[in-house]
Design a protein around this ligand. Structure first.
Ligand SMILES: C[S@@+](CC[C@H](N)C(=O)[O-])C[C@H]1O[C@@H](n2cnc3c(N)ncnc32)[C@H](O)[C@@H]1O
Length: 226
């Protein structure tokens, strides 16, 4: 049973679990501490051959993966990272990549923009209304685009504090998302004209819920099935 008051996203984003720079925000594109390793594929290889590839990285941290990708992809590539804290290292603004400091609870892409690839590497752990973002993300993809992001299904909780993982995964699968439990990766292929229906009311978030499977603190998302 949850004893903590549940937080709205605007309150959650001011807590030390979410807004801190001690978490691993420095993954590069490839190598030991990298997107390729966490996702099981190299994002640049996925985009190779596309005339004007577009990659949106949600919770992009320092943006190292996008910075490297900008040097490898064609000049017209659209590379956007969005992060609540933004890059903190004193690095030059990357040529060819845009690093936006904003919350994903409110940020939306420019009108009409769609992406070939959307990633969220260990970012969903820190969001409150995870399902609202996941539903919106499906509408930001191109017709053959791919979304992939880490998800701990046990971070969804019912009002009495029990895990809502089973119910949430069933709804996500019914809405066209796939879940690789071994890699803890949620994916969605192809665009949706409107946000898929995920029938849960968002009740609020608990940033003191304890660690995810990663061992790092995460945010529990309380939902009520509709
Ligand atoms: C564990 S770090 C991962 C960063 C990057 N993806 C990487 O692997 O290096 C999680 C990131 O999520 C960001 N974050 C947390 N809540 C967010 C929100 N509401 N909107 C945007 N970014 C958020 C944090 O600022 C942090 O940089």
């Amino acid at each position: 049973m949850n004893q903590q008051p549940l937080l709205r996203d605007s309150e959650l984003e001011r807590t030390s679990v979410v807004a801190n720079n001690t978490m691993n925000r420095e993954r590069g594109l490839s190598g030991v501490n990298s997107y390729a390793r966490e996702l099981g594929f190299d994002p640049v290889a996925r985009l190779a051959g596309l005339e004007r590839p577009s990659w949106l990285d949600l919770c992009s941290g320092e943006g190292h993966a996008l910075r490297t990708a900008a040097g490898l992809l064609p000049a017209g590539a659209v590379l956007t990272g969005v992060d609540l804290v933004g890059p903190t290292a004193r690095l030059p603004r990357p040529a060819g990549a845009e690093l936006v400091t904003a919350s994903l609870s409110t940020w939306t892409p420019p009108p009409g923009r769609r992406y070939d690839l959307i990633t969220c590497v260990h970012g969903l752990h820190y969001l409150g209304d995870k399902l609202a973002l996941l539903a919106r993300v499906a509408t930001w993809l191109r017709s053959d685009g791919l979304f992939v992001g880490h998800l701990d299904p046990d971070s969804f909780r019912l009002p009495d504090g029990r895990s809502a993982a089973r119910q949430v995964l069933r709804a996500l699968r019914g809405a066209g998302y796939g879940y690789d439990a071994r890699r803890h990766l949620l994916r969605h292929e192809g665009s949706a004209d409107r946000p898929p229906s995920l029938p849960f009311a968002h009740l609020g978030a608990d940033p003191h819920a304890g660690p995810t499977w990663t061992g790092q603190p995460g945010v529990a998302t309380y939902v009520r099935p509709l």
